[in-house]
Write a protein that binds this ligand. Sequence first.
Ligand code: SF4
Ligand code: SF4
Length: 218
Amino acid sequence: MAGKSFLIDTTKCTACRGCQIACKEWNKLPATETKQTGTFQNPPDLSASTYRLVRFQEYPSEKNYMVWYFFTEACRHCMSPPCKAEADKYVKDCITVDKNGGVQFNEKTKDLGANAAKVKAGCPYNIPRLDEATKALVKCHMCYMRVDAGLLPACVKSCPTGALNFGERDDILKLAQTRLAEAKKKFGDKAELINPDEVRAIFLVADTPAKYCEFATY
Ligand code: SF4
Ligand code: SF4
């Protein structure tokens, strides 16, 4: 099954946060109380009420001004999800893979108890979060209800720049190669796709992945 995939082309992202807000709206997730911590990233991290977060990093450039690196982060929907492999040891099928390849956490994750921490640690991208109120593990679900209705995921629908793309995996892989070639021309050979064979949320970056996010790759 080829299934669906995302291409997240960070070279086209303006950090408008449309995707972050659309995700909250569609999932009826509350705003997060936060404060200014000296960065434009807000809130500071993913949480049980923030499934998608636009991460901000800034670096001095050779031209003596700052350069921003934006990274709209959510679950990568791994092709062979390590979170599921770990969770199945404790509560079989509390994590499943749907017909599109979306990795879904369900109510049974509440039964993981103390083992939820091991499932969380099993994710190489540091994505799952524990909902303290329900004790369930939560994260992006690929907007399966929208996708089943023939719609785009809310984040993709909101993106005004072409940074977020979604569709049949084969089409997304082709688009990824086209965008990669464009990025290499513009930004040089450091442009790369992050783990495209391993995940369904494929990031295109113009520089070393770790400069965007500590858990961009592993
Ligand atoms: Fe699971 Fe993490 Fe992969 Fe998402 S990114 S499917 S939570 S291992
Ligand atoms: Fe970037 Fe698009 Fe998200 Fe705006 S909506 S922050 S341009 S990925």
